[in-house]
Design a binder for this molecule. Structure first.
Ligand code: C2E
Ligand code: MG
Ligand code: MG
Ligand code: MG
Length: 289
């Protein structure tokens, strides 16, 4: 019996692990088809000018409308996507849907703000990326890319840098996501010359904890200024956060205190009402999660 187990190495393969792997592989199989079946869709979270609170942007956040499990957040599928090499497909699906949504809004008489789409490091290094983007005929200044996989940003290789240059030439802004939480170094920042950086939620949350933390965020804003880079604060959860961030010079705000990520139709309604109210002003905390 022991000999048999040894030969088949079943002793390392517990029933629990086996069933986890099965579930994961099944999820990956479903996820592979999800973009084709139009199950991947963007939810949109507004970004506002820190002083006027007018809407200046939207971040497109991937959601998976799973036929049995319902609406899934990235936490439920991005890890599996990454392990099975499916992230780039998801990124591409979100971008396509965002462009289609944008075109629909334009035809409804809405002037859409810029839409920020997350892009993984793997996709950024893809030699076919630029060709694929050119085929989409993206209007200039319509889209920004948020670089989420900061691993590449410490020491970006030539292909990544060339792709980033080509992206900028297409009129797409480059933004660095989650700044201050990980790998994006100052040298990387100088090399990439992004249009804006997004201060990580953890740093934003900390501004009400101590004076020191608040000055830290102020210093990041100053560094950004030095490099001619705009600053968005993400994870703005309270009005106090919003006021302090405006005070220390953040250009734009995003977070639950400003608005929750919302479906295409809720977002269209919000953009319409912002327009008819003549001020393009957000309703604080508006929209469902
Ligand atoms: P992220 O790009 O930093 O996006 C912000 C996340 O924080 C979103 O979660 C958003 O719903 C959440 N958030 C916004 N405001 C607040 C707030 O005030 N408080 C708190 N606690 N959270 C807030 P979500 O949609 O679950 O996305 C999580 C992460 O998944 C994103 O973080 C991004 O890294 C990744 N992601 C989302 N969509 C895509 C995509 O299309 N492609 C890729 N590669 N990654 C994506
Ligand atoms: Mg992002
Ligand atoms: Mg972010
Ligand atoms: Mg974040």
């Amino acid at each position: 019996q022991a000999k048999k187990l040894g030969r088949n190495r079943v002793e390392f393969f517990t029933p629990q692990l086996q069933s986890d792997l099965h579930t994961e592989r099944q999820l990956a199989d479903e996820l592979r088809l999800a973009p084709v079946l139009r199950q991947i869709e963007p939810f949109y979270q507004i970004q506002v000018d820190a002083r006027s609170r007018h809407i200046v942007g939207l971040e497109a956040l991937a959601r998976w409308r799973h036929p049995e499990k319902g609406l899934l957040n990235p936490a439920a599928f991005l890890k599996v996507a990454d392990e099975y090499g499916l992230t780039a497909e998801i990124d591409a699906a979100v971008l396509k849907r965002a462009l289609a949504d944008r075109a629909a809004w334009v035809s409804q008489g809405i002037t859409p703000p810029r839409i920020a789409v997350n892009i993984s490091g793997r996709r950024l290094a893809d030699p076919n990326l630029i060709e694929g983007l050119q085929a989409l005929e993206i209007p200039r200044q319509a889209i920004a890319f948020e670089l989420v996989e900061t691993i590449f940003l410490d020491d970006p290789d030539d292909r990544v840098l060339a792709n980033i240059d080509a992206i900028k030439e297409m009129g797409i802004d480059i933004e660095i996501d989650d700044f201050g939480s990980g790998h994006a170094s100052l040298i990387g920042l100088v090399k990439l010359k992004p249009k804006r950086l997004k201060i990580d939620r953890q740093l934003v949350t900390a501004i009400t904890v101590s004076d020191e933390q608040r000055r830290l965020v102020g210093s990041i804003v100053e560094i950004a200024r030095t490099l001619n880079v705009e600053v968005i604060a993400e994870g703005v959860e309270t009005e106090e956060h919003a006021c302090i961030l405006a005070e220390v010079g953040c250009d734009e705000l995003q977070g639950y205190a400003i608005g929750y990520p919302s479906s295409e139709s809720d977002t269209a309604a919000l953009l319409k009402s912002a327009r008819t109210s003549g001020k393009n002003r957000s309703s604080a905390g508006g929209g469902g999660r």
